[in-house]
Write a protein that binds this ligand. Structure first.
Ligand code: ZN
Length: 173
């Protein structure tokens, strides 16, 4: 178990193609535990494996948000598929661990239904509204290489690049 460093945009690893999981191996279980530690260390509501540089098709959602108890572990979504999204949508500011300190308004469906494998290897479906739907769709975007900057215009994109570029230089100094 370990807190892993978060890959911050514009790191090209965030655009890697993800790999579907064919079997829940010890390696996948270790990755899951590391993602749990990393998500909690950064106060995230969700995290995708690609955000620690691992292209496995898996993301996690904070347990209470995903409808479990606060004492439960975060819910793993392995090989997730979006089965349905509502026609109704709303625009809300969204953040991302790979864009520290950046918030951008993103229009998303208000409800979504997702099918995935859990860390136990069992298939399950979950339907979420509001913040849960937003979180599911945001994390699923990571697995297709879609990022917050893809929702903004070129000027805002440059601004975000300057801001995150500066942070990288500062931390490297
Ligand atoms: Zn994100």
């Amino acid at each position: 178990m370990a807190v892993l460093p978060i890959v911050v945009w514009p790191d090209p690893r965030l655009r890697q193609e993800t790999r579907r999981v064919t079997e829940i191996t010890d390696e996948i279980r270790t990755l899951y535990r590391d993602l749990v530690d990393t998500m909690y260390a950064h106060n995230g509501l969700g995290i995708a494996a690609i955000q620690v540089g691992d292209p496995t098709a898996m993301f996690l959602v904070e347990p209470e948000l995903a409808g479990a108890s606060a004492k439960d572990d975060p819910v793993a979504f392995i090989n997730p598929e979006i089965l349905w999204t509502s026609e109704e949508s709303e625009k809300t500011d969204e953040g991302c661990l790979s864009f520290p300190g950046i918030y951008v308004p993103v229009e998303r469906p208000v409800a979504a239904r997702v099918r995935a494998l859990g860390i136990d290897g069992e298939s399950f479906e979950i339907e979420g509204e509001g913040l849960l739907a937003r979180c599911l769709l945001h994390e699923n975007d990571h697995l297709t290489g879609k990022l917050l900057v893809d929702f903004v215009g070129p000027l805002k994109r440059q601004m975000i690049k300057r801001k995150l570029g500066k942070q990288t230089e500062t931390s490297a100094a």
